[in-house]
Design a binder for this molecule. Sequence first.
Ligand code: NAP
Length: 257
Amino acid sequence: MKFKNKVAVVTGASRGIGQAICVAFARESATVVGVARSDLAETETAVKNAGGNFIAHNADLGTGTQKESAEVIAQILAKAGRIDVLITNAGIIRRAPAKDFSEADWNAVIATNLNSPFFLMQAAGKWWIETGRAKSPENSRLKIVNIASLLSFQGGITVPAYTASKHGIAGVTKALANEWAKERINVNAIAPGYIATENTQALRADAARNRAILERIPEGRWGAAEDIAGGCVFLASGDSDYLNGAVLNIDGGWLGR
Ligand code: NAP
């Protein structure tokens, strides 16, 4: 019941890690606002079965503009009345050698993975600060969790835009934590390891890459989307109020190797 009467907004909620995050918040009785371009019916059913309320919000976060991001936050506030938790999880990856990497792919990845999370955080933070919630008697906090990556720390293989976006989001996490801690806003990130979702389908289909990846993971298996969801609940709960500007690796031990 950690999130009873609280609203958790999760972008990229239609499948994969985002869907598992929605279910984890539902188990703690949250009202979950799921954002994605495609149909959210499957997530809605899973959330309701887990005991949460669900509000679907279809939006394309792929332009990453300030104006559209502010509209998304305004529309969510109109539907849900408040935001207590913002998880910026929607993300894309494009693979090509650096010498052939197209401008269109570069811009699409940066817009979705870096510009959109920043402007969503900006709009949510602005609402929180300007409505005086930091000083409200409720004494609550705004909890923001950005989904980063191992490629917030490493270079990756033929995914230069993705690596740039994930290094960027780790930096922005720290920048906003510095600025907003005094406003009772926590801004942290999770760096998932190799998680079995659509995003990593190409890697698992490549026998040599799949073997090399598994050999390096101390836990000896691909992560599940649910492995990331528990960390989100922790970073959004009162158990982590003194944690700010951190990037939490949930990677089966990969980075410690
Ligand atoms: P996924 O299965 O491909 O799901 C991506 C989600 O993002 C979908 O719900 C998708 O919804 C949404 N999305 C993508 N583009 C969007 C757009 N323009 N507007 C709105 N929603 C959009 O990916 P995943 O593996 O769950 O990844 C989730 C996050 O974790 C990403 O940020 C990814 O970089 C990060 N991550 C994943 C791994 C991994 O191993 N899987 C590792 C490290 C980090 P629609 O298509 O319905 O819009």
